[in-house]
Design a protein around this ligand. Structure first.
Ligand code: NAD
Ligand code: TDX
Length: 368
């Protein structure tokens, strides 16, 4: 009964990946001969089991509450569950948190990836030649490892030299190098993806887009770091999930693939776009959280605040290579993706409330 192990599947991108892979219009499991997806997650502050509560009872899905640092447990799991592929999402993922405290980023992103690679190597070496040829370790990384671009620079691509600037991106760069080394040294069948900023349903509201949506609905300030002109290349999360499936199935061993949304935008443009959508979909006049007459439109909540230390100016991804080699391209434009995203947050107020109230964490710890 071959299976695929997903790490960090209770987070934002991992949960979207699992849901999509198990959805009716996706033949990923069948095409690859997997009987189930095992989701291994430590349930840190960013891991929310509610992100996948709709899969409860689905025999093709299994949750394991564990840390990627627990190599012995993972070795056993890979063997017992006949794991033939790993998709490694688990990470500490928020740049601001890495600036406040880099230690967990080194533990999970660097040491955790090393432990996972070691466990995967053991499993891979235990297989016969035929099975070794189909085994895969897919490492999910970020465009932030390439550093910062000026407005005139060409977009990042697979050959751009690494120049990480934050403790977060330095830890992800280290993990990328470990994955590369396991291929070069031991011949491990790895594929790495480096993608741009994701957005969409189930994103934890510490990141720009969900933070702005929820703050606006609560009538709170919308904090813009610095001058608001930093540029990110926005990718709808389901497009990223499709890209990972394509890279897993069609990617060359030891290769890296850049995944981006071809949607470069300044932060201030993003925030204004969200505000305009909210004006349309959740008018201030009908919002009980906004004191009547205090503001006329959501944009009035924008507040410029102190810049993030070492704030990278611009990220952009050239995704020609994965398009050419794996036949992937983004399906959503920023306009369609952001509309779906805002609508999802409006339709899932309880999910948002449980996070902002901390209920999801209390339930997880069993003391609600
Ligand atoms: P997230 O913070 O939403 O989720 C991370 C998940 O990993 C959580 O469920 C958490 O509980 C789990 N986790 C953390 N430490 C763990 C550990 N030691 N053992 C087991 N599980 C652990 O992150 P995300 O935004 O979904 O990002 C997923 C991956 O994609 C990360 O590797 C990140 O670097 C990468 N990435 C994210 C973006 C983005 O825009 N969010 C962009 C590019 C790359
Ligand atoms: O309150 C805010 N105000 C603000 O101006 C926040 C939270 C962010 N910002 C700015 C900082 C960035 O320029 O918005 C931009 C996006 O910030 P984040 O959402 O924190 O994302 P970023 O730092 O770009 O990193 C994201 O993309 C790459 C993910 O968090 C990473 O995990 C991924 O690797």
């Amino acid at each position: 009964m071959p299976s695929i192990l997903v790490t960090g599947g209770c987070g934002f991108i991992g949960s979207n990946f699992i849901r999509l892979a198990l959805s009716e219009d996706c033949s990923f499991l069948k095409d690859n001969g997997f009987d189930k997806i095992i989701n291994l997650d430590a349930l840190t502050y960013a891991g929310n089991p509610a992100n996948l509560s709709d899969l409860e009872g689905d025999s093709r899905y299994q949750f394991v509450h564990a840390n990627i640092l627990d190599q012995a447990l993972i070795e056993e799991l890979l063997q017992d569950e006949d794991v033939m592929a790993l998709a490694h999402f688990a990470a500490e993922s928020h740049v601001d948190r890495s600036i406040d405290g880099p230690e967990p980023f080194i533990e999970t992103n660097v040491t955790g990836t090393l432990r996972l690679l070691e466990a995967a190597k053991k499993r891979w070496l235990s297989l016969n030649e035929e099975k070794q040829a189909v085994f895969r370790f897919l490492h999910v990384s970020t465009d932030e490892v390439y550093g910062s671009l000026s407005k005139e620079d060409p977009a990042f691509c697979e050959t751009t030299p690494y120049a990480p600037n934050s403790p977060y991106s330095a830890s992800k760069a280290s993990s990328d190098f470990l994955v590369r080394a396991y291929h070069h040294t031991y011949g491990m069948p790895v594929v790495t993806t480096n993608c741009s900023n994701n957005y969409g349903p189930y994103q934890f509201p510490e990141k720009l887009i969900p933070l702005v949506i929820l703050n606006a609905l609560d009538g709170k300030a919308l904090p813009i770091y610095g001058d608001g002109k930093n540029i990110r290349d926005w990718l709808f999360v389901e497009d990223h999930a499709w890209g990972i499936m394509d890279a897993l199935q069609k990617g060359a061993l030891g290769e890296t693939y850049c995944i981006g949304g071809r949607s470069e935008m300044e932060n201030i443009q993003i925030v204004k776009r969200i505000c305009a959508l909210l004006d349309e979909l959740a008018p201030i006049s009908e919002n009980p959280n906004v004191e009547s007459g205090k503001i006329a439109k959501y944009e009035d909540l924008i507040k410029y605040v102190k810049d993030r230390p070492g704030h990278d100016r611009r990220y952009a991804i050239n995704c020609d290579y994965i398009e050419e080699k794996c036949g992937w391209s983004p399906r959503e434009t920023f306009d369609t993706g952001i509309k779906k995203t805002v609508e999802w947050y409006l339709a899932n107020k309880q999910w948002c409330k449980d996070i902002t109230d901390g209920n999801y964490a209390r339930e997880r710890l069993g003391n609600s």
